[in-house]
Design a protein. Structure first.
Length: 251
């Protein structure tokens, strides 16, 4: 069985147990929305929106505003459209199933990208440039990206399947935003509780839920082994090493 097939089974329960596909609490999300301060009638784009929870809350915070979610995962898009319909936002929030780097849109009041810098061939620098180009003069950008909280150990790198230069320090991330012509208005980072809850519900939890529900499945042992490896990689490796920063940026 290939590693891709194991990962597919591990994600079989989907993301229904997640509010956000990122380490984020309700309080932290509210702080980000307040800092973005979308005005009534604002046009908002979320690149790599997933099912668009943050996008919908930003739209809900600004009467008459509208949102475009750019996302390639059809299951996430289907969930997003269902949620938008349930919340009376189906006419204000639209989803576009195209890669973030290929989406053609500009003149937005706010552009968002959380954990999706890999969608651009050049990674973080290119993502920041694209977000800057997507907003009108005076618009804002909400950018979430990884950084090293501390020098990564071999165990941390192995747990993530990462290289030391995949991320840099927090200040380096801020400097990259400045180099793209963006000015930091607020910089916050996911705390340890947010990370623990996210890993428990997402990366580890999805596979564990599948294994518990499919004890007699012929591939149960492989999935359980993969879940255990992920748990070891997090608690014995990158926990407290990989950070996630949220930058609210002005133009």
């Amino acid at each position: 069985m290939s590693a891709e097939e194991v990962r597919a089974l591990m994600s079989a329960p989907g993301n229904e147990h997640l509010t956000w596909n990122t380490p984020l609490s309700e309080e932290h999300a509210a702080q980000l929305i307040a800092a973005c301060a979308p005005a009534p009638g604002a046009r908002i784009a979320d690149f790599g929106s997933g099912w668009g929870e943050l996008l919908m809350r930003l739209v809900e915070a600004a009467p008459g505003s509208s949102g475009d979610g750019i996302e390639t995962d059809p299951e996430a898009v289907a969930r997003g459209r269902r949620l938008a319909d349930e919340r009376g936002l189906i006419d204000r929030v639209r989803f576009h199933e195209v890669p973030a780097a290929e989406y053609q849109g500009e003149g937005y009041d706010l552009a968002v990208s959380i954990g999706s810098s890999h969608a651009w061939p050049g990674g973080t620098p290119e993502a920041l440039k694209a977000l800057r180009a997507a907003v009108r003069p005076g618009g804002r950008v909400l950018f979430g990206d990884g950084f090293w909280e501390r020098e990564p150990s071999p165990a941390a790198l192995e747990g993530l399947g990462a290289e030391p230069d995949d991320f840099g320090p927090l200040l380096g991330l801020v400097r990259q935003a400045e180099a793209a012509g963006l000015r930091p208005l607020q910089v916050t980072v996911a705390d340890q509780r947010e990370w623990d809850l996210f890993e428990s519900a997402a990366n580890i939890g999805r596979g564990e839920r599948w294994a518990l529900a499919n004890a007699g499945h012929p591939l149960h042992a492989e999935v359980t082994e993969a879940v255990d490896a992920r748990r070891t990689g997090y608690y014995g490796g990158y926990r407290g090493t990989l950070g996630l920063a949220y930058l609210v940026l002005g133009t």
